[in-house]
Design a protein around this ligand. Structure first.
Ligand code: ADP
Length: 304
């Protein structure tokens, strides 16, 4: 069991289950609706907690009813929220998600007016005893300051950063972490018109570019149903295929689950090839069912 701190957001997700993604300006009826806590880093922590780790979350919440729902959900998974900053008068960030029953795809519209976690709040956190720090790549200047602070205070603490979306100056975070986890969306955006059509070639081209930016880091990119690709500082390339469940039911949080699997595997001392494989196994298990409940160490192992 490890002590893990996650920096990033928590949201309220309102999920409309639809037969298929509707055309623009269409009016469709949802087949079902559910509300759940979301947000990349808190999702990752919820999975890590189920895998037996002691998890703390550093982020912001408001003082509205939705924030109370989020807090209650985190408490259910024993996530320590001592470091959370509560901001009076703001609203919990909300994601309105259309989840397609046809193929499990999720289309998200996100609204937030809540300030992000800031560097002053982070400086007050006691980082002693931590085994891993994972941050969402957002609020770039503050997160860069947090990573530098953590590195100065605890040079041996492993630092990982998830880079999901293109944001101004986000590349600055690359040189500050030991493990960078990118989304396919970010990779394709970076490659632009030069992106090769084949996933393997595109991932390879992207990861090599990122290695030039941060030669000492491990770079990983998840690629949906094609699994995930990784590159070590020595230039070793690795790939794991995805592990498709009997039916893809819900891809919300697949990437966050993948991140949890990767961190868990690295903490267990696994090499990159093996880590990619267990992360894809865990994410494959997740997309076969609704929500983020029911993970055990069995989810990381080969099913008979
Ligand atoms: P995100 O959810 O952030 O968009 P990805 O789509 O890259 O991230 O998915 C993360 C991981 O989840 C993939 O590397 C893969 O292992 C798994 N995954 C995603 N979609 C599927 C799918 N349709 N079938 C099996 N595994 C999947």
């Amino acid at each position: 069991m490890a002590n893990i701190l996650g920096i990033g957001i928590a949201t309220l997700d309102i999920v409309n289950h639809v037969a298929a993604w509707p055309a623009e300006d269409a009016e469709v009826r949802a087949l079902a609706q559910d509300m759940r806590r979301g947000g990349n880093v808190t999702n990752t922590l919820v999975v890590l907690s189920q895998l037996g780790h002691r998890c703390r979350w550093a982020g912001t919440l408001a003082d509205d009813a939705s924030s109370a729902t989020i807090r209650a959900d985190l408490a259910r998974y024993a996530i320590d929220t001592t470091d959370v900053r509560q901001i009076p008068g703001a609203h919990a960030p909300t994601s309105y998600i259309a989840l397609s029953v046809q193929n499990g795809s999720r289309t998200i519209i996100h609204y937030r007016d809540l300030p992000e976690y800031d560097l002053d709040a982070f400086r007050r956190i006691d980082l002693h005893g931590l085994d891993w720090l994972h941050a969402e790549g957002r609020n770039v200047a503050a997160v860069a300051g947090m990573l530098k602070h953590a590195r100065r205070q605890h040079p041996r603490l492993p630092l990982s950063v998830e880079i999901e979306k293109p944001r101004e100056h986000i590349e600055e975070l690359c040189g500050l972490a030991d493990l960078l986890i990118y989304s396919r969306h970010y990779a394709l955006h970076q490659l632009g018109a030069e992106a090769p059509a084949a996933p393997e070639a595109a991932a390879d081209a992207f990861l090599r570019r990122q290695r030039q930016r941060a030669p000492r880091a491990i770079h990983v990119c998840s690629w949906g149903e094609h699994g995930a690709y990784g590159l070590t500082p020595d230039g070793e390339r690795h790939h794991s295929p995805a592990f498709a469940p009997p039916r893809v039911i819900d891809t919300i949080g697949a990437g966050d689950t993948f991140n949890a699997g990767l961190i868990h595997a690295r903490l267990a001392g696994q090499g990159l090839a093996e880590s990619l494989c267990s992360a894809c196994r865990l994410a494959g298990d997740k997309v076969g069912r609704r929500g983020l409940d029911g993970f055990t160490s069995q989810s990381l192992q080969e099913q008979p």
